[in-house]
Design a protein around this ligand. Structure first.
Ligand SMILES: *[C@@H]1O[C@H](CO)[C@@H](O)[C@H](O)[C@H]1NC(C)=O
Ligand SMILES: *[C@@H]1O[C@H](CO)[C@@H](O)[C@H](O)[C@H]1NC(C)=O
Ligand SMILES: *[C@@H]1O[C@H](CO)[C@@H](O)[C@H](O)[C@H]1NC(C)=O
Ligand SMILES: *[C@@H]1O[C@H](CO)[C@@H](O)[C@H](O)[C@H]1NC(C)=O
Ligand SMILES: *[C@@H]1O[C@H](CO)[C@@H](O)[C@H](O)[C@H]1NC(C)=O
Length: 930
């Protein structure tokens, strides 16, 4: 079975994984934003060209870009002024000065380069993908459905950037420039083994330092791989066992920045592009070895190529003609053509207002011999098809097809990743990596999509008018690891079995039902509106929110499940409740500033915030307890909140070198603080374009790499740690969420099924649920039927279906599922305990949770206060899940009440924990100072 997935595959023309990075286009002038008071006096513009040290006139329309640290985005465009003015005069409008300058328009926003993303076809049934997070996964057709198999490099190897299929072996290149080969170990498990290269002595002296590879291209016959190195040389992997390399060096006065084509049409000839943007031809059998393809034509001289993969076509113009399609740095499609022994350059142009960033050839469709298509992605995430006529006889070479550029746009609410070539895996079906980490399939209507396997020989009679459509495919990259596809062992057998929705172990999931064909399962991630700047008013209310934040959300935090938790008092004192092995005791943690709350817990260190918003770590270092001030670190910020629950708690804690905690800053930004291995690092993740961040609903419990937040506008947003993108979800205009943190629950770590629980602005319970059959859905649970509202973060939630809520009446309510129906239970408050914490109620009234209807009947005589210092009603402090079957609440009199789950799964008030600051105690004992 195993062998099907990883060993049996056919090498195909490895069409178009774009390997390596593409230099971004950065014109070297810096046009500031046009100031309205200046009048435009010219319609001719020049730009300074660094390599020729000259000013050259630019053609209009011209894109204005701004570059910071090599990140370039298009900010506007200079249009042809005359055109505009004519229009204005036509309309007989008085033109104001300010209107003339509107020629600089907001335009498509350039996307960030995704450096690690690649798509590689290994066989018809198997496509290997490297994601922006450095993961490797395989989309495999098991005969019934597409499943995902994980193939990540070992953690020590770091992140993967590309995959090669060569001679029936699979190779992976890491970001550090090291090559790995997939092998099968003694236990029949696939493992990655480092390929330690030995350079061929005959061609080059031995290298002392290991060669760092940058990117590679598999030769047309699938037998060799050519690599570019970080040193700008061309290297060839000629043999795998043992690995043998041939160093081909580099052109005399240029480097090798990218490989445009390997021996597709002329055996052993490699076309490379230098970082300056010149095309070179390497032929080991000729002298000189390297030849440069220059532009003879004067006008075309300024065209420099993007160092990236090009694409080759045979006999496009005449029987033995050769065409190599390449892109220039300003995003134009050009062709280097060999016809009748003469080379020439042809400029094909680009779609209006777009900058092309990658090119891939369409597979030749036998049914259409006249037309040839290329598919190209643009800097702003569009996909274009370029159609050109085939002229076997070599006539009509420069004539353009009437509708040469076809705009396939992008899937709804998603863009194609910039600079990453697509992958055509059969006629009429192309995969594109999307900017948000998902995969988009562009396919002919009726052929393709998530549920459609390889139908290689299906008749796909394609007319030129054939319509394409987009489908979005599941990818673990977008949502964290989609564990539901395969078992926890990450062995691929069950991926082959195809048990995607069917690993039914708890009865919480229904059996596999396929999605209705053609449905779009993932149209929920909306791009947030980029709106006006945030108003002053909203910043006022944010300050208010920031002022109130700890009132209830972060005063209790678990340190070690069942053994220790922290209590931050209203006065800012920090206490730890600790089990020493035979007694429970309170430990006071002295601090120089009063504390406000505990906002995170990672690997035995607690993260607290003081009254001034500084983030402080409390931890044991050697024998002492120490404080570390994180706000004092580089780029440190003041924070007001963190994630409500700890992802990294308990035995199951799976640490990686990327582990980070998320916080909300004093200015409403989301902050990422890397904590793994104490390599502390702050990062500002900003806020959704149209709102500030009020609170965090969940960090990565529900979806790996995803942080859900609530904006100050009462709407739900998500931030993807890998792609750094914000998304919004469909949410009714009428549904406003309270700005409190929420609770995520995922009953099984092997399924993505689960919910986010939040409180609405009017104090009702709201659920946002996901399952593979219906996707995302909002569920309004409201409140128990007695005018109670909820003013505390919901939770904790047990087994995905028992959620605790603190009512405004000081009672605990349990929302739970019984026979597929949600019900309310009333757990009251612990009024049966006396001052010593002993149970003094004989009838057990209120001891356990009862169904809400019964509770209503029993609705009672008021509690007789034991004395004025005691009020056993529950305070609106966010409770903690202390262990697998225990919850701890704060009571209004400052004591704590614990509930435990009994054998019949109902809950009972099990004990009262007296606290050092509560006046409702009979015996007072001094807390130990640390
Ligand atoms: C530029 O982009 C890189 C990666 O895309 C990112 O790490 C860096 O922070 C960006 N710099 C700026 C100034 O935006
Ligand atoms: C790459 O270049 C560096 C510095 O230019 C040099 O020290 C190193 O030896 C080179 N490595 C190889 C493999 O050529
Ligand atoms: C692939 O196989 C061919 C033929 O067996 C052999 O000549 C070539 O060296 C092999 N390439 C690699 C990278 O092992
Ligand atoms: C922590 O560091 C910040 C920034 O340097 C400083 O303002 C604050 O006073 C420090 N707090 C403590 C408790 O050391
Ligand atoms: C967890 O803490 C231990 C002990 O302080 C340390 O050795 C280890 O590196 C930490 N692990 C991570 C992932 O930070």
């Amino acid at each position: 079975m195993l062998h099907m997935l990883i060993l049996i595959w056919v090498i195909f023309e490895s069409t178009s994984e774009v390997l390596g990075s593409i230099n971004s286009y950065c014109p070297h002038h810096h046009l500031q934003q046009f100031d309205r008071k200046f009048e435009l006096k010219t319609d001719r513009f020049w730009k300074f060209q660094e390599h020729s040290n000259k000013w050259v006139e630019v053609e209009l329309p011209y894109d204005l870009t701004t570059c910071r640290n090599g990140n370039c985005t298009k900010v506007g465009q200079i249009n042809n002024r005359l055109e505009k003015m004519e229009k204005q005069y036509d309309g007989f409008q008085q033109t104001k000065k300010s209107e003339k300058v509107k020629e600089v328009e907001k335009f498509h926003v350039d996307l960030t380069l995704r450096k690690r993303v690649s798509l590689t076809k290994i066989s018809d049934m198997s496509i290997w993908i490297t994601g922006e997070s450095g993961s490797i996964y395989e989309r495999f057709w098991n005969g019934v459905q597409w499943v995902i198999g994980p193939h990540d490099l070992p953690i020590s190897a770091g992140l993967a950037v590309s995959i090669f299929g060569v001679n029936h072996s699979i190779l992976a290149l890491s970001e550090a420039g090291i090559l790995y080969q997939l092998q099968i170990n003694d236990g029949s498990q696939p493992i990655w083994v480092e390929l330690i290269p030995t350079t061929d002595q005959t061609t080059s002296e031995e290298h002392a330092s290991p060669v760092q590879l940058l990117a590679g291209v598999v030769s047309h016959d699938g037998m060799r791989v050519y690599f570019t190195t970080k040193n700008g040389t061309l290297l060839e992997l000629t043999e795998l066992e043992p690995p043998r390399w041939v160093d081909h060096g580099q052109p005399r006065d240029a480097n090798v920045a990218a490989i445009a084509d390997v021996a597709s049409f002329r055996t052993e000839i490699v076309y490379t592009i230098s970082s300056v943007g010149d095309l070179y031809e390497y032929d080991r059998n000729s002298k000189p070895l390297w030849k440069k393809h220059v532009w003879k034509d004067r006008a075309a001289r300024d065209l420099r190529l993007i160092p990236s993969r090009g694409c080759y076509i045979h006999s496009l113009n005449g029987d033995h003609s050769i065409s190599l399609f390449l892109l220039t740095k300003d995003g134009t499609l050009v062709e280097r053509r060999l016809n009748k022994r003469k080379w020439k350059w042809i400029v094909h142009g680009r779609p209006k207002d777009h900058q092309l960033t990658s090119v891939l050839p369409a597979l030749q469709d036998e049914t259409n011999e006249k037309l040839f298509s290329l598919f190209l992605t643009t800097s702003s995430g569009f996909v274009f098809e370029y159609r050109t006529n085939i002229h076997p006889a070599g006539h009509g070479q420069e004539e353009e097809t009437p509708d040469a550029w076809v705009n396939h746009k992008h899937p709804l609410n998603a863009k194609a990743a910039r600079g990453i070539g697509g992958l055509q895996f059969q006629v009429g079906r192309l995969l594109f990596a999307l900017d948000d980490g998902r995969i988009g399939e562009l396919h002919l209507v009726g052929l393709g999509g998530e549920n459609s396997g390889p139908t290689h020989h299906a008749t796909s009679r394609r007319k030129p008018s054939a319509k394409y459509t987009w489908s979005i495919l599941d990818a673990p990259e977008s949502e964290g690891w989609n564990a539901e596809y395969c078992t926890e062992h990450r062995g691929p057998t069950n991926c082959i079995a195809g048990t995607k929705d069917d690993i039914n172990d708890q009865g919480t999931r229904r059996s596999a039902t396929r999605r209705p064909k053609g449905s779009q399962p993932q149209q929920n991630y909306l791009l947030p509106r980029t709106s006006e700047s945030l108003s002053e008013k909203s910043s006022d209310s944010f300050d208010l929110l920031a002022e109130k934040w700890t009132k209830n959300s972060f005063r209790l935090r678990v340190m070690h499940g069942g053994r220790s938790f922290f209590l931050i008092t209203v006065d800012g004192l920090t206490f730890e409740y600790l089990y020493t092995g035979d007694v429970w005791l309170w430990l006071r943690h002295e601090s120089s500033t009063p504390m406000k709350g505990a906002v995170g817990n990672y690997n035995g260190s607690l993260y607290l915030v003081d009254n001034y918003g500084s983030l402080l770590i409390r931890e044991r270092s050697s024998q002492e307890l120490a404080w570390t001030n994180c706000t004092a670190l580089r780029r440190g910020k003041q924070v007001i909140g963190g994630a409500p629950w700890d992802k990294f708690l308990g035995q199951s804690m799976k640490t990686t070198t990327e582990d980070a905690l998320f916080f909300v800053s004093k200015t409403g930004r989301l902050l990422q603080f890397t904590v793994a291995l104490r390599k502390f690092k702050w990062k500002n993740c900003q806020n959704p374009p149209d709102t500030k961040v009020a609170s965090i609903v969940d960090q990565e419990t529900f979806r790996e790499n995803i942080v859900f937040v609530i904006g100050t506008n009462g709407r739900l947003y998500q931030y993807n740690k890998v792609t750094e993108l914000w998304h919004e979800h469909h949410q009714s205009q009428h549904l406003l969420l309270s700005r409190m943190p929420g609770t995520a629950t995922r009953p099984s770590p092997y399924s993505l099924i689960g919910s986010l629980f939040m409180i609405s602005e009017d104090g009702g319970l709201i659920e946002y649920h996901w399952n593979p059959w219906d996707g995302w859905n909002w569920v309004e649970h409201g409140r128990p039927d007695r005018g109670v509202t909820f003013t505390t973060t919901p939770g904790p939630c047990f087994e995905g279906n028992q959620l605790f809520l603190v009512g405004s009446d000081g009672r605990i309510y349990l929302r739970y599922i019984e026979q597929d129906t949600w019900k309310w239970r009333n757990c009251g408050f612990p009024d049966q305990f006396d001052r010593d914490g002993k149970v003094n109620s004989k009838n057990g009234k209120g001891v356990i949770c009862v169904d809400e209807e019964l509770a209503l009947e029993k609705e009672v005589e008021d509690v007789k206060a034991i004395d004025k210092n005691c009020d056993p009603k529950v305070a609106s402090t966010k409770p903690i899940q202390f262990s697998e079957d225990a919850v701890v609440f704060e009571l209004r009199d400052g004591r704590l009440g614990e509930m435990r789950q009994m054998e019949d799964s109902n809950w009972i008030w099990s004990r009262i924990i007296v606290t050092p600051t509560s006046l409702c105690i009979s015996d007072y004992w001094t807390a130990l100072a640390s």
